[in-house]
Design a protein around this ligand. Sequence first.
Ligand code: ATP
Ligand code: MG
Length: 434
Amino acid sequence: MLALATPPHGLTLLAVGVYSARNATAVAGRYIEARLGKPSLVRETSRFTVAEAIKHPVKTARRLKSKPQDALEGVVLNPSLEERVRDIAIATRNTRQNNGLYRNILMYGPPGTGKTLFAKKLAMHSGMDYAIMTGGDVAPMGRDGVTAMHKVFDWAGTSRRGLLLFVDEADAFLRKRATEKISEDLRATLNAFLYRTGEQSNKFMLVLASNQPEQFDWAINDRIDEIVNFDLPGLEERERLVRLYFDKYVLEPATGGRQRMKLAQFDYGKKCSEIAKRTEGMSGREISKLGVAWQAAAYSSEDGILTEAMIDARVDDAVKQHHQKMDWLRGEEEAKSLTPPPLSPLPAGVPGSGGKRGFTLPLKDTPRAEEAIAPVLDINLPSPSDGDQSAGGKRIDSTGPGCEAEAKTVKGDLNQDDGERKPDQTPPKDGSPV
Ligand SMILES: Nc1ncnc2c1ncn2[C@@H]1O[C@H](COP(=O)(O)OP(=O)(O)OP(=O)(O)O)[C@@H](O)[C@H]1O
Ligand SMILES: [Mg+2]
């Protein structure tokens, strides 16, 4: 009997063996997956997979040899912001070299002001790998979001160079859990993200970019060590931007030799300053697009010559389009400010259910002085329907014998100019102020 109840040793060992082998395969699978595969949530990365390295060996070798570049090359910022982000870049690079803990950064500001551009440069400057994730990709993942999020961090943990994890449009999924209406799946994914970012890491650095950081969950704000505001370029920055993109899209191709583009003779420096003045309010992206528009104008012309008039015409177009966009934005903001906050409907018959709620009383309806002092003196005021209201309701009667004399004094004082007082007015029996 006993022999039947206890399995033979050989069988137990076999079971243990099978179980361990299965576990080992799963662990190895996860390890390989974390190392080789790019997680589905990562849109773009400087890390290359083994397959890519086999496919493009020259490119891979060049990338491995590449030296860290200037973090601010080709990024035009105002001097104070430039100084700040340069400090961040230097600190990040030193952190990487010393295997220290990375600081998490939030970059916010209007669209097209260089947030993504700088994040990529920062990664390259520090010698780290970078990976770009977009907040908008998270919600559509539904219940797979949690696993996908864990995969991103498992993968980030295997980077030898350290990974700058850039979450673009971060407000799309890092929203307030308590007040915003977010799905259960998104909430769970956000929790997974919070779990994996609870401690500062020496493996990855978090860089969040957003146009609306005020929508972040508070726990996210708590994880941010540095906040950087990217603003629209001022006049000087616009001039630098115009020159940068004029050089890139017009001068370089025109002087490169092999291109079809030619440039007419005029004072380029003066033209750039003039354009900078005309492009007030435009972002770096809008100015870079202007550069592309000049190039396209030259390529589409018969002789391939870009003239001053053609440049001016493109600027006119860009300015007009910018104003149009601003009008739309203003309209949107006005509509938002005019929309009343959502109200829970009042049951029919309840005062106010048919009309507006939350309005301010006109001044003439503010409490009268005697209404304010009535509870203090324990006296009754007549209801508005009693007698003459135009006199300001100055009739006050006593409520009880104990305060009669006092009340009478008040009554007398208040009635001095009340010629229309009706002596038969009696206070309510319950003594409550009216
Ligand atoms: N400060 C800047 N200096 C130089 N170029 C800029 C700057 N800002 C924007 N640009 C140009 O505009 C392009 C788009 O900028 P970028 O993607 O960095 O904007 P963003 O701030 O991330 O915008 P969004 O909030 O829409 O994501 C850049 O690739 C670059 O060509
Ligand atoms: Mg961006």
